[in-house]
Design a protein around this ligand. Sequence first.
Ligand code: GDP
Ligand code: ZN
Length: 301
Amino acid sequence: MPDGTIIKGIGGFYYVKADEKIYECKARGIFRKDAVTPLSGDSVKISVINEEKKLGNIDEILTRSIELVRPAVANVNQIVIVIAIKSPQPDMALLDKLLITAGLKDIDAVICINKIDLDDENEFDKISEIYSKAGYKVILTSSKTNHGFEDLLKILEGKITAFAGQSGVGKSTILNFITQSMAMQTGEVSRKLERGKHTTRHAELIELKNGGYVVDTPGFSSYELDEVEFDHLELYYPEFSNYLNKCRFTWCSHISEPECAIKEALGNGDIDKSRYDRYVQFYTDLKSNKEYRSKDAKVKK
Ligand code: GDP
Ligand code: ZN
């Protein structure tokens, strides 16, 4: 029973990479036993039915660390959030929401600032500095000039990475480049991206020559924070972490309380004002959503 990774699922068949080979598997019994549907990214135990034809059966799905919904994929441990420096203008709220969610789910986050070829004024420096200082890894790319692609490929090594970000920023272009230049050529699984052809496609993992996988379907072009508790929001701002236990009140929301270490750091310029302003916005929205929901629940009783 070799262990493997599901790299693709089509019409009830799952393609499982195990022992450097790809087996076409069914998942007989799994649905009944575990009531789960296998996903790309799942670690599985398979039994080989026919070694020559590379046929097998999935006997067990190992515990998932993480399950993403859009795209549907399991065990992603890195997310590359792509923004464009221009056309479209970067959606900084979406960027921060995705960073917060990655933090919540314990997924490594990397920010990719793309289309730097369009930026004559080096505006990317400002964003890059804010986020590097906050503690994130930032890379600068252009799919026009291939600038930064070496850095990008390096961070993909050994991880299962999904690309995310608003539409038009260059995710598909970047993924196509990776697919064409860095994918393993096994010949068994079609490597061509089929953008927009099917409405319900399963995500596929593309295996990279230097180890690691990328998810072929980018996700999260818009996103709402709904899994985060408003009073935990502060935990997902790495630049806050040095100050959190220094506020006068342990329950400080860092918005209107006196002797707040976060606001002090903001005043000193140690915390970026635009990041802080969005924190206040998210906090306020999450809190009022929660109050609204609990009122609603009371009315229903
Ligand atoms: P997606 O919606 O995020 O998948 O974005 P696409 O990959 O479809 O790219 C949107 C448009 O931006 C396309 O016309 C690309 O050719 C263009 N594009 C992508 N990357 C770059 C870049 O680095 N520089 C420039 N100038 N254009 C780019
Ligand atoms: Zn505070």
